[in-house]
Design a protein around this ligand. Structure first.
Ligand code: KIV
Ligand code: ZN
Length: 515
């Protein structure tokens, strides 16, 4: 038996992570990530904010119905409609949690909520009581906790624990905290709240000053026993504390931390890749643990040392966190049975046989162009098939692009719009510009292109290019994705995908609206 206490890993990639501008995901994509998080053995999956849109509700419900080994959680503001909606979405969960919150800092109470501290306290207690009518597991968050007044924070925490909250989360919502000060505050709260032994104390840190992981770890050293974090540090603005960094710091510096996590670390890199591919947010090469260079040794001196004795320069092993786990799984001769069985192993299911048939057809097309098909290729093609089955407005039928030195590139594209085929063409400064201009002659979307990026899905010149196109319209931002061995085809798909996302309804943001 280990003498160490368990640190609860609460993953909020699907909720706070999705609040990154343009990171919105479909229900099916969220389900795939949730299954990966379950395999990673996270303790709690925050699946979404059920009231924010019908799509979010459907995603929380699908995850609650399918995930069995992790607790599934929905966010809810401290108001009846949010809590009832969260409870409804979580009905099928093996273990469901309602996470309700209200802001407690003077600045948020006065300007955002326009409520007195007494009103906030009363509303927090009622929300927790109401949530307890639906589930036994209720978490309460003091939004902007790190800028809240200490005495008020202790009063509200004591009251919500009495009302039945089992987890108390004190977020550093705006990423203002500094490790020493934040850790000390967590310790003081635990020491000052008379019934603090009846709850688990949790932290949720944003990375505006690059201190999210340091603040979270400092809180752990000072008594926090739940950390809220995201894969690749995705999240609102500069992001949240990164799950992989927290977990590997706790594990690598066992000598410093009195806790351990239940995370299956060999799934870290595959999960990171999945999240990056679905959201279109690439991982920077020098990102700790999951960046392409995290275990690469450039300088001769380092290489020499590592070859003689690994520990001279390496404090973790690349294989332990899942590097090298992208197996060559399938090829041209693989049949439907091998294809479906690998998808099942990856936690991918389809709603209909037609969807599976479409995915298999797309796989065969890809296998004709690319000898070795990796898990990442399968993930990318499944995203496309699931989107296509979601009755998109725009889809690519065919395209031809001509480029010649000294002549403007020219694109001719056949696009299906609501079931009818249209032929469009345009010249551009480059081939991608010509493609986008041609599409716009038809779509006239009135959007602005904010980002265009290409990443290789796997290694080698045969790899599929995965293109992300970020469009903005009236303040709403979407990220379209497309993958193909031909990056121009991938670019057209990504642009059309972004236009399709703009035709779906927007969502309510949990923190921007008054309660
Ligand atoms: O950053 C924050 O305060 C949040 C809360 C809703 C927990 O995301
Ligand atoms: Zn947050």
């Amino acid at each position: 038996m280990s003498a160490k206490e368990r640190l609860i890993i609460f993953d909020t990639t699907l909720r706070d992570g999705e609040q990154s501008p343009g990171a919105s995901m479909t229900r099916d994509e969220k389900l795939r990530i949730a299954r990966a998080l379950e395999k990673l053995r996270v303790d709690v999956i925050e699946a979404g904010f059920a009231i924010s849109s019908p799509g979010d509700f459907a995603a929380v419900k699908a995850i609650a119905d399918s995930v069995k080994d992790s607790t599934v959680c929905s966010l809810a503001r401290a108001v009846r409609p949010d809590i009832e909606r969260a409870a409804e979405a979580l009905k099928g969960a093996n273990s469901g949690r309602i996470h309700t919150f209200i802001a407690t800092s003077p600045i948020h109470m006065e300007y955002k909520l326009q409520m007195t501290p007494e009103q906030v306290l009363e509303q927090a207690v009622s929300a927790v009581r109401l949530a307890r009518n639906f589930v036994a597991d209720v978490e309460f968050s003091l939004e902007d906790g790190s800028r809240s007044e200490f005495g008020f924070m202790c009063r509200i925490i004591e009251a919500v624990i009495d009302a039945g909250a089992g987890t108390i989360n004190i977020p550093d919502t705006v990423g203002y905290g500094e490790p020493e000060e934040y850790g000390r505050m967590i310790r003081r709260v635990i020491e000052n709240v008379p019934n603090s032994d009846k709850a688990v104390f949790s932290v949720h840190c944003h990375n505006d000053l690059g201190l999210a992981v340091a603040n979270s770890l400092s809180a752990v050293l000072n008594g926090a026993r739940q950390v809220e974090c995201t894969i690749n540090g995705l999240g609102e603005r500069a992001g949240n504390a990164s799950l992989e960094e927290i977990v590997m710091a706790i594990r690598t510096r066992k000598d410093r931390f009195p806790v351990e996590t239940g995370i299956e670390i060999s799934h870290i890199v595959p999960t990171s890749r999945l999240v990056s591919s679905i959201t279109g947010f690439p991982v920077q090469p020098n990102k700790a643990i999951v960046g392409a260079n995290a275990f690469a040794h450039e300088s001769g001196i380092h290489q020499d040392g590592v070859l003689k004795h690994r520990e001279t320069y390496e404090i973790m092993r690349a294989q332990d966190v899942g590097w090298g786990a992208n197996r060559i799984v399938l090829g041209k001769l693989s049949g439907r049975a091998a294809f479906s069985s690998r998808l099942e192993e990856l936690g991918i299911t389809f709603d209909s046989k037609a969807e599976l048939a479409a995915a298999f057809g797309r796989f065969k097309e890809l296998a004709d162009k690319k000898r070795e098909i990796y898990d990442e290729d399968l993930q990318a093609l499944v995203s496309e098939v699931q989107m296509a089955e979601g009755q998109e407005k725009y889809s690519l039928v065919s395209m031809a692009v001509t480029t010649k030195t000294g002549r403007a590139p020219h694109a001719e594209i056949a696009i299906c719009v609501d079931g009818d085929n249209h032929q469009v063409s345009a010249d551009g400064d480059g081939p991608v510009d010509a493609i986008f201009k041609a599409i716009e002659t038809l779509a006239r979307s009135d959007t602005s292109l904010q980002l265009y990026s290409v990443n290789a899905v796997t290694e080698g010149t045969e790899a599929q290019g995965e293109v992300t196109v970020r469009l903005e319209k009236g303040g709403r931002i979407v990220n379209g994705q497309g993958a193909d061995t031909d990056v121009l085809v991938a670019s057209a798909r990504a642009y059309l995908n972004a236009l399709n996302l703009l035709t779906t309804p927007g969502r309510l943001h949990p923190q921007m609206e008054g309660v």
